[in-house]
Design a binder for this molecule. Sequence first.
Ligand SMILES: Cc1cc2nc3c(=O)[nH]c(=O)nc-3n(C[C@H](O)[C@H](O)[C@H](O)COP(=O)(O)OP(=O)(O)OC[C@H]3O[C@@H](n4cnc5c(N)ncnc54)[C@H](O)[C@@H]3O)c2cc1C
Length: 637
Amino acid sequence: MTLDAKIPVGLIQEKWDKHRFNMKLVNPANKRKYTIIVVGTGLAGASAAASLGELGYNVQNFCIQDSPRRAHSIAAQGGINAAKNYPNDGDSVWRLFYDTVKGGDYRSREANVYRLAQVSNNIIDQCVAQGVPFAREYGGLLSNRSFGGAQVSRTFYARGQTGQQLLLGAYSSLSRQIKAKKVEMFTRYEMLDLVVIDGKARGIVTRNLITGKIESFAADAVLLATGGYGNVYYLSTNAVNSNATAVWRAHKRGAYFANPCFVQIHPTCIPVTGDHQSKLTLMSESLRNDGRVWVPKAKGDKRPANEIPEEERDYYLERRYPAFGNLVPRDIASRAAKQVCDEGRGVGKTGLAVYLDFADAIKRLGRKAIEEKYGNLFEMYERITDENPYNVPMRIFPAIHYTMGGLWVDYNLQSTVPGLFVLGEANFSDHGANRLGASALMQGLADGYFVAPYTVGNYIGSNKFEPVTTDHPAFKASEKEVDDLVKKLLAVNGTKTAHELNRELGLIMWEYVGMGRSEEGLKKALEEIPKLREEFWKSIKVAGTGETLNQNLEEAGRLADYLELAELIARDALNRRESCGGHFREESQTPEGEAKRDDENYSYVAAWEFKGTEEAPELHKESLTFEHVPLTQRSYK
Ligand SMILES: Cc1cc2nc3c(=O)[nH]c(=O)nc-3n(C[C@H](O)[C@H](O)[C@H](O)COP(=O)(O)OP(=O)(O)OC[C@H]3O[C@@H](n4cnc5c(N)ncnc54)[C@H](O)[C@@H]3O)c2cc1C
């Protein structure tokens, strides 16, 4: 299949408007004849389900949590970008577009990113109308702060709980549609398969997580907004429930997986302390507005931070990147932290941490101002580490945080399976090889409120749909496959838990497919992962049965998928013999240790087609062209 991104022709500023004008509309009276499945209730899913319900479609919305409000989006802390330019500091749609393409190290599609920047302002208006309590200035205007990779302040925020407040806004809109009976909500349902009939996505198969019942749902289009796959690495900042099952099973049904190796490692997380942990905690990037990152100049200096005099500290980000200082993008800050720790200058017991210090900011602005901006983050840090960051610097280290890769989608957010649309972190669309801070919420809400409602309508309006019910043989076959898999997992009755095996997978991934990747290491990963997969099928222990709530079973099923996806991530990383963004190939670096791209050979989206678990996937390439943001070596100096 040739990949067609369906980018509209014309000036980049006009593409989206003209495209919307050219789309087929569905008569309001006809909309109620169509059913649309939305899987996911995070910012992308909730906003899409609410918007499609409001438009008049019959929406069925699914999530694994007990309430839509518990989607992982609730954890987002720092903020959401938009090009409103309230601070009058030089921002514009064009600058947000430029920063995002450059921040992604020139591995995203220009047309998509421009649209994202365009609709960013609508998102803020929509959320304010819903009552989202964004921080405000004394005069009433919404307040902004800075995030990495930008020299303007364009991040809107609600203390350190922006995701929560945005999700409550989306949830209010969703609740209105649930009450109006335009959205039917299915909580505690896990999608375990996509059903494709006559080449089109026509429904899903789910497992009721409380009763264990396998059920099918038929529809005219299916939207996946099921989040990212960072938990393949076991330790990540993602919610423990975040998983890759929906996208992986859709991949097996024909949806190509794009750029799986583009995984974001966030520089400011609370460091690992031991084997007891099952997740890591993020300290929001917003903290780098005021916190200064440093390590001792001397190797092995174990004095407490407060005893290290100013002249013996190395504020290495300010030194190496004077133009952006502590606000360099995440890939750059993470790599720089790794470098100083590799040199033996890391702090704390393990030596795998650097300081994030607020002493100067507290002196300059006063403790109260810092408390107002970051109070809940400081409290969270203190609860976890038992250290008070108002008195001693935070200790931070990079951790897996976000996945830029995901299911391949065209400009309309449609995957390679017609009728299957993919939104939010689950798709690969806008962030290239590195996502800038505060742009995931922007993308999720752009997809859900402003893009999918149009493009899904266009799909419905342009296609004829044969009536399909869940009695169709394709549903029955898929139900049987799902049921067989559940039984197979229960039957192994081995000795290891899913947590143990996931931790083993995570160690392989972090070691060989983590912050630094080499040809040799990736080949090793490609030997180790299939071995671990084999071990999984011999030694997984799933206690209990399939007919009740069984979290062991849920975790084992998700791990079975990670063990396949992990191999694709390593394969993609091996194929991409260049460094770009978060994908750092040791063999491809500049003399200063920065990522060195190879535009001639790798300026493409790698979209992988599934050919069978034990077969090599097929690589398809979507070439990327840059007409508006010239390809240059990224510099933040
Ligand atoms: C700690 C933290 C802080 C962050 N802070 C920021 C920030 O300040 N700014 C920013 O822009 N980004 C931030 N991010 C990133 C951002 O939060 C996420 O990328 C974004 O919220 C993802 O939203 P989503 O709607 O795509 O998916 P999610 O919010 O992950 O939602 C996924 C949904 O899919 C459902 N689901 C998953 N699998 C299935 C299945 N098989 N069957 C049924 N349902 C399923 C889940 O139940 C859930 O409802 C942060 C991320 C983390 C981890």
